[in-house]
Design a protein around this ligand. Structure first.
Ligand SMILES: Nc1ncnc2c1ncn2[C@@H]1O[C@H](COP(=O)(O)OP(=O)(O)OP(=O)(O)O)[C@@H](O)[C@H]1O
Ligand SMILES: N[C@@H](CCO)C(=O)O
Length: 323
């Protein structure tokens, strides 16, 4: 359960009194997620999400995320804007953390998407990139390629506590990806950068919500498809690749943006980079999650196994049994 910051009923009632949303009825910590603290809040007027921003979300970036959500909402995408209080402020402080009250969107996040649902997700990703064509704000990717080596160095030899040999394997993989990265050659735009199945709410085969934009940034457009592909087209352990899901994601996305030859050629490198990003952030969390946090850590090796799919020659025999 991702609840790093505990909010008392009294503090929450005081917080809600700034808004025109009725009185607190109940609040529950939300089980999913690893980044922020999320509560499902019911009031006498409806249902809301309360998010307290933790570790990787900088308060200074919140205006960018809120502008981006407003932009997408104006274009008709199903994203949840933050609700302004009675003085028009949507970014607040609660229990010492930046916090927002967010519109609750209907739908369920999927554990096992079908190809039809992956087609709809790929289509929604393409619509989102179209909507960003006239979004003028920019934000560097704080989990982008330039950050992976420093994060790897901070994890250091402790990586081998997760799996023997992991340090050297990730070291080689970083060199491999950095050497091949398509710097400055492919189209860039605002990207979601974390469009996992749990960040797409669905009703049947329809996308009813796109959430969790707190890694959104400006980077290579097709990197977003690579992140999504690496998250959607494997089982949770990263062991089994489901090609039908991957094809459906591409088909949905290419309704909007057919990939150029250069983008197709770069795709395995972008996807291997996506695997490194999540292997490293998960490894860091694995080694550093506070003992009292109510959070289920995510397995870094599930991304090592995906890496083996996109860059099969990269893993030495000693790591193969993890892949
Ligand atoms: N606006 C919303 N409407 C409905 N449910 C939501 C909304 N925002 C969040 N949720 C629910 O809360 C869960 C956790 O939210 P979120 O993915 O933003 O957390 P996180 O810690 O940032 O997660 P992650 O590990 O994916 O980065 C979601 O999987 C979803 O079930
Ligand atoms: N979606 C990410 C968490 C965000 O860093 C993961 O599953 O590792």
């Amino acid at each position: 359960m991702a609840v790093y910051t505990h909010v008392s009923a009294e503090a929450l009632s005081r917080f809600l009194s700034r808004y025109n949303v009725g009185d607190l009825v109940s609040a529950k910590g939300i089980a999913e997620g690893v980044e922020n603290s999320n509560y499902l809040v019911d009031t006498t007027r409806g249902r809301f999400i309360l998010t307290l921003y933790e570790k990787r979300v900088a308060a200074d970036d919140l205006p960018f995320f809120m502008a981006l959500l407003d932009h997408l909402a104006t274009k008709g995408l199903p994203v949840p804007p933050a609700i302004p209080d009675s003085e028009g402020q949507s970014i607040q402080q609660l229990e010492g953390r930046p916090a927002c009250l967010i519109r609750f969107l209907p739908g369920v996040s999927l554990s096992h998407p079908t190809p039809s649902q992956a087609l709809a997700a790929g289509d929604a990703l393409g619509q989102m990139h179209h909507a960003f064509a006239d979004f003028t704000l920019t934000r560097p990717n704080t989990m982008g390629i330039d950050t992976w080596r420093p994060l790897f160095d901070r994890c250091g030899r402790s990586l081998d506590q997760i799996a023997p040999g992991l340090h050297d394997t990730l070291d080689r993989a970083l060199d491999h990806v950095v050497e091949r990265w398509p710097y400055d050659t492919l189209d860039t735009c605002a990207i979601h950068a974390d469009l996992f199945p749990d960040n797409v709410l669905m009703r049947g085969d329809q996308v009813s919500g796109l959430i969790d934009f707190y890694f959104a940034c400006t980077d290579i457009r097709v990197l977003d498809l690579a992140v999504t592909h690496s998250a959607w087209s494997f089982d949770a352990t990263g062991t089994h690749h489901d090609a039908a899901i991957g094809h459906a994601l591409f088909a949905g996305y290419e309704r909007h943006f057919p990939l150029s030859t250069a983008e197709r050629d770069a795709f395995p490198t972008l996807a291997a980079g996506a695997c490194l990003r999540f292997a490293l952030s998960r490894a860091w969390d694995w080694l550093n999650t506070p003992a009292d946090a109510l959070v289920t850590r995510k397995d870094p090796l599930a991304y090592l196994r995906r890496l083996a799919h996109y860059a099969p020659d990269l893993l030495p025999d000693t790591m193969k049994h993890h892949a």
